[in-house]
Write a protein that binds this ligand. Structure first.
Ligand SMILES: [Zn+2]
Length: 199
């Protein structure tokens, strides 16, 4: 790519960093954005600036939000007595898209991975315990991924919450094992939620 293509080259390079976008797709997207009046390019740039500047963790559940509380925590119709514990804000989106969960969430920020030095102090366990101890919570659903690390993370949370009096459940098996929740479709997720068992 020559000097004249400097900024285009940079765009292609940035696009290639995105998940699922190889060099060919990146080039195709770059040239699509250069078409016509560039309204798409401008509004994409604005959207990217807005998320990078305004999105932060919800003060209650650590889901992404551009306010103090995320839309789920701010919704009075959502059951505050049920908390679904997930690894990432993306998992919240997956549950919300499935559409049958009416409680609130708690985003841990990952899963325990001793080999990668991700210990309990790196995840939002303390905040979860505080939420439960504050009261008003009846059930905590552990919806960490169906992987060894996800299971270990759920076990740690269950032990931590033992004795608090809250019911701790785990999503039913049947989700694609060894992967994140993203591979589950809406029906599988609904079934896993309906079939949850006490830990
Ligand atoms: Zn929230």
């Amino acid at each position: 790519m020559g000097e004249a293509q400097g900024v285009i080259g940079r765009l292609v390079e940035e696009l290639t960093k995105l998940p699922g976008i190889g060099p060919k797709s990146a080039e195709r997207i770059a040239h699509f954005l250069l078409n016509d009046d560039r309204k798409d390019a401008a509004s994409l740039a604005q959207a990217l600036t807005a998320v990078s500047e305004q999105v932060r963790p919800c003060t209650e559940c650590f889901n992404w939000t551009d306010r103090d509380l995320c839309p789920v925590c701010a919704d009075p119709r959502r059951d505050p007595a049920t908390i679904c514990v997930v690894e990432t804000p993306r998992d919240v989106s997956i549950f919300e898209r499935a559409g049958n969960y009416r409680g609130r969430y708690h985003v841990l920020g990952g899963r325990l991975a001793p080999l990668d030095n991700v210990g309990p102090d790196r995840l939002a366990f303390d905040a979860l315990k505080k939420r439960v101890e504050t009261g008003g919570i009846r059930e905590v659903i552990l919806a960490t991924s169906p992987t060894m690390e996800g299971d270990g993370t759920a076990l740690f949370a269950a032990n931590m919450l033992a004795g608090t009096g809250v019911t701790v459940t785990r999503l039913a098996r049947g989700l694609p094992s060894g992967s994140s929740l993203e591979l589950a479709n809406a029906q599988m997720l609904a079934d896993a939620l309906d079939g949850r068992r006490t830990f």
